[in-house]
Design a protein around this ligand. Sequence first.
Ligand SMILES: *Cc1c(COP(=O)(O)O)cnc(C)c1O
Length: 332
Amino acid sequence: MIWRAFLFPRFHLISTPTPLEKAERLSKEFGIELYIKRDDVMELAFGGNKARKLEFLLGDAISRGCDTLITVGAYHSNHVRLTIAAARKAGMDAYAVLTPPGEPEIQGNLFLDKLLGGHILYAGDRDEAEKIMKELAEQLTSQGKKPYVIPGGGANAYGVLGYVVASLEIMQQLYSLGKKPNYIIHATGTGATQAGLVLGLKLIGVDEVNVIGVSVGRPKFESEERILKLINECARLMGVDVPVSEEDVKVVDNYTFGGYGVITKEVFDTMKYVAEKEAIILDPVYTSKAMYGLMDMVRNGEIEKGSTVVFIHTGGTPIPFQKMSDLSKYLE
Ligand SMILES: *Cc1c(COP(=O)(O)O)cnc(C)c1O
């Protein structure tokens, strides 16, 4: 029934499949077979997981005749950058409400948001941001525009479709190599990526893969509840009945290092280690924390030696350039 995901309107933003890279040196270090799914390698404005969700979100927006996107995120948000970029590709206008308040330094994603011509507004917190988005949508409507509001992280049933489709792409790449993965590990924020992967694997009929989301901030149970809800919403949208239960949704929350966006020496050290071993650049908000989690789970035996593991590099390429002062202080 996974084919149903392909029937939804979709606006082409990226070429797939993205590369699946064997991480030879890390595999040797960890005693596992590690593949890295390079969702950071995409042609749309430095890429990342949000581009997959946006193909379906824009498909829906365009099919409804909308001409302006409105979304929300942190000031280093990859989702905001890619939403503005996607709007540009579709010839649309884009507004983003950023939190926390005040105008931070114009670097990294925020620089790109402005370069891409997004209209940037600031809010003190998420509640205020929601209020501003609602008022903005009303104002634009009264001016004859047709706004389309995208939730933070693109986390709704349409966004989830992006990783339903990606789950098939990943399995095709692995099966073509004659490999069966035991684990898929990635950073979890809003949960839409994990929801798509878990739902997609169920629909393909793959039962033996353990998907583990490494939370970048939210507590485990809150994340798992959100993910289960997104799975059910997407299944309803697709018109499929899938027996996804709580056991299928696994999040670990012991690698947040003080919370969303907090950068510590361990986070930097993981970036440095992976850069030196594989010449792969991680970001300090999402992918470095997820990789730390993977390494720790191998160390403590939660992931058995000899396992075949897929790490999804979900993007975030501009973030190191935005958080340079937090990172470069750790360079010797
Ligand atoms: C948004 C984001 C995530 C988290 O994805 P969710 O679908 O929100 O859970 C992970 N990595 C990067 C680089 C992101 O930008």
